[in-house]
Design a protein. Structure first.
Length: 224
C-alpha cells in the first residue's frame, strides 16, 4: 500500500472494495487494491502511477490475469463474456499492474469517486481512518457506498452480485450491523435496497448463514 501511496504523492486515495472491508473487520480475500480517486484527480493519478513504473492492465476487472495469455478460443470467449458483466466498473476505473520486479501480483484499480459516491471533498475526514498513506472509510460509510453504487447499476450482473455480497453478506452479515444502519442517509433508493435485501420488514435475514471465504490480513500486515 505504501508503494502506491508514494507513487500517488499528494493525490488522496480512498481504499474501497475487499481491502477496505478487511480493514473494518470482515473476513474475506482480495485480488486487487481498489482506490477511489476524485474525478478531477484521475488523470493526474494515472500519470503518477506511470511515472512510478506501474503498468497498464486494461483487461476487465472480472479477469484476474490477462486473458491474452490463453491461446484457446474457449478461454478467450469465456473472458469476453465475463467482461460484459463488469463493463460498468470497467468504464469507471483504470487498472494497473505493479512495476516490473515487484512481487505483488494484485492489480491496482483506480475508481472514479462519482461512480461509488465517495468523496473526501464531500464527507468529513472523521469518517475515515488514515493508514499507510490511504484513507479507509468506516464500515457504515463503506456500506452506504456499496448501496448507492448498486442501485444505480443499469442491470443485474456478476458485478452487481459482487456489490450485494459485499454489502449484505460481508458487512451486514459478518459485522452484525444494526438494521437501521442506513436510516440517516438521504438516498431513499439505497435505503430501500438495503431494507429489502436484509428482509427488514419480512422476518429478517438469517445472518448465521453467512460464511467466510478466507481472511484478509489485518491492517498491520497489508502489503506495501
Amino acid at each position: 500500500m505504501e508503494e502506491i501511496a508514494s507513487a500517488l504523492g499528494p493525490i488522496k486515495a480512498i481504499v474501497w472494495g475487499e481491502v477496505a472491508m478487511g480493514f473494518v473487520g470482515v473476513g474475506t480475500i482480495y485480488n486487487c487494491f481498489m482506490l477511489v480517486i476524485e474525478d478531477s484527480d484521475l488523470i493526474a493519478a494515472i500519470k503518477s502511477l506511470h511515472i512510478a513504473g506501474f503498468r497498464d492492465a486494461p483487461w476487465s476487472f472480472g479477469s484476474i490475469i490477462n486473458p491474452e495469455v490463453y491461446q484457446d478460443e474457449y478461454m478467450q470467449n469465456l473472458h469476453r463474456m465475463t467482461a460484459i458483466h463488469y463493463r460498468y466498473i470497467d468504464a469507471n476505473s483504470v487498472r494497473f499492474e505493479f512495476p516490473v520486479g515487484s512481487e505483488v501480483e494484485e492489480r491496482v484499480v483506480l475508481v472514479r469517486s462519482s461512480y461509488v459516491h465517495l468523496s473526501l471533498q464531500l464527507i468529513p475526514e472523521s469518517r475515515f481512518s488514515f493508514y499507510k498513506g490511504m484513507y479507509f472509510p468506516d464500515r457504515e460509510l463503506l456500506l452506504e457506498s456499496f448501496a448507492k453504487t448498486i442501485v444505480r447499476e443499469p442491470e443485474e450482473s456478476k458485478w452487481s452480485s459482487t456489490l450485494e455480497s459485499w454489502g449484505i453478506t460481508y458487512l451486514y452479515g459478518q459485522l452484525m450491523l444494526d438494521d437501521d444502519v442506513l436510516d440517516s442517509i438521504t438516498d431513499e433508493k439505497a435505503k430501500d435496497w438495503f431494507n429489502e435485501n436484509i428482509r427488514r420488514y419480512s422476518g429478517g435475514l438469517d445472518r448465521s448463514m453467512t460464511k467466510r471465504r478466507g481472511r484478509i490480513p489485518p491492517p498491520t500486515q497489508l502489503q506495501d
